[in-house]
Design a protein around this ligand. Structure first.
Ligand code: ATP
Length: 447
């Protein structure tokens, strides 16, 4: 969880930051309301800790704007006096809680934990509502597995934020598709989606390709040309394979992200750009940072929100749906798949992930003569004896099994009375009902 500390006194900011850092929270600090609002627009902050008595600060206004920008945001106010009047006032302002000065750190830690719990429940509920929503995505994304369902629910929530998103995943897992989806579900969907594959650009063209150039900026620059950043004005700029961005340009990209301004090659004046940036990589960026191949400041600026797309071999439940989709897309006549063939397709490991599966089905759909794809039609690597089972997903499965059992035991203990079971489990009744439907727990079985 990321916490923003807002206080005009540096000593106080540093003390709170140090304390919270030690407890494992990511902490950002601001010395006034404006800075606080700016940081909240840029980073996924979940809790704001704000001193109400700062010179020049209109607490009401800042609070209102903060809550407007993110309704899930929690605010704990730090006030001079802990009277009942103060309590009423801060709650009216939309704060979740308040603490008296000087701040008792143990108390603070408890209040933060309480906020975290409430947020988890709200998140759970909003996920539930969104999951129930529908599958109406502007772009079809096969997602039968729990991992992909979770990813889609994240995409739905993050799409409308202005944050930079770092999409991480092996080659062919669908990073570009997720980036497009983020764009199409955002408020910028009517604007352009511009993709730059950083691995495909030669070093000497990089800068002018991204930022544009003026006439005569270099040999061959016969006219002024705007770059991809400007082409994405009002829309989204997707930088694929960001790990390949040359070091020299990393500083320029950082500046463009921070200042929202770019300087075309050979230009004297900077230009403002308004493009949301999404990036993708299959590299281990933290390792590249350690080795000095990727700028640390840029990494943190890009990694405001990270999404991980698991390799296909860790979400085999998606394979049948993907196969159906690709058959529909590529077969010129109706083609079925024999169960033994589907079985082999599900068991194969796909080093090239979804792209490899797509090409495979495309080939089969064209080459197979009859109305059915049989096991023997598959290429040799798919007919190898099954690989040893992969262990990933095991943790989630076990945690879910434990959770299901706890719900079952508690509900039985209270003879199916949900109010009491929810209370005993420390969750709300809504969350309990959601979990019961998730685990298929029938009211009648519990009495
Ligand atoms: N969940 C999905 N549902 C349907 N099609 C998908 C899905 N995921 C990926 N694809 C398809 O698989 C192919 C590869 O996906 P994409 O290009 O998005 O992968 P990538 O991770 O960006 O690849 P690279 O690492 O090579 O840049 C595309 O044709 C895409 O449409």
């Amino acid at each position: 969880m990321t916490i923003l500390v807002v206080d005009d006194e540096q000593v106080q900011r540093e003390m709170l930051q140090g304390f919270l850092n030690k407890r494992g929270y990511k902490v950002l600090t601001a010395s006034n309301g404006e800075e606080a609002l700016e940081l909240c627009a840029r980073y996924p902050i979940s809790l704001v800790l704000m001193d109400l008595c700062m010179p020049g600060l209109n607490g009401d206004e800042v609070l209102e704007k903060l809550r407007e920008s993110n309704p899930l945001l929690r605010v704990i106010l730090i006030t001079a006096f802990g009277s009942v009047e103060t309590a009423v006032k801060v709650m009216k302002l939309g704060a979740s809680d308040f603490l008296e000065k000087p701040v008792d750190l143990t108390e603070l830690a408890q209040r933060i934990e309480r906020c975290e719990q409430q947020q988890l429940i709200e998140q759970d509920l909003s996920e539930m509502e969104q999951d129930l929503e529908d599958d109406e995505l502007p772009l079809p994304v096969a997602a039968s597995s729990e991992a992909m369902q979770h990813l889609l629910s994240l995409v739905r929530r993050v799409a409308r934020s202005p944050w930079t998103v770092l999409i991480h995943g092996e080659t062919g897992t669908g990073k570009e598709r997720i980036a497009r989806l983020l764009h199409q579900l955002s408020e910028r969907s009517n604007g352009p989606f511009v993709e730059v594959n950083c691995a495909a650009l030669p070093d000497n063209l990089f800068e002018s390709e991204l930022f544009g150039h003026e006439k005569g900026a270099f040999t061959g620059a016969t006219s002024r040309r705007s770059g991809r950043f400007e082409a994405a004005q009002g829309g989204t700029l997707f930088l694929d394979e960001i790990g390949e961005l040359p070091l020299g340009l990393q500083a320029k990209l950082l500046r463009a992200l921070q200042e929202k301004r770019i300087c075309p090659v050979g230009a004297e004046l900077e230009r403002e750009v308004d493009a949301r940036v999404l990036v993708a990589t299959n590299c281990d960026l933290p390792k590249m940072v350690q080795e000095g191949r990727f700028r640390e400041d840029l990494y943190y600026r890009l990694n405001v929100f990270e999404m991980q797309i698991p390799p296909l071999r860790q979400r085999r439940e998606d394979i049948p749906m993907l196969v159906e989709n690709f058959l529909e897309q590529y077969a010129l006549r109706p083609i079925q798949i024999e169960p033994a063939a589907m079985d082999a397709l599900i068991k194969y490991d796909y080093p090239g992930n979804v792209r490899e599966l797509e090409h495979l089905i495309q080939r089969l759909a064209t080459l197979v003569r009859g109305p059915v794809i049989r096991r023997v039609d598959l290429p040799a690597p798919l007919l190898q004896p099954p690989q040893p089972e992969n262990n990933s997903g095991l943790l989630t499965e076990r945690v879910e099994a434990v959770e299901r059992q706890m719900l079952l035991d508690t509900l039985r203990q209270y003879h199916g009375v949900q109010t009491r079971a929810a209370e005993a489990l420390g969750i709300s009744e809504r969350v309990l009902r959601y979990k019961m439907s998730k685990y298929n727990l029938n009211k009648e079985d519990l009495k």
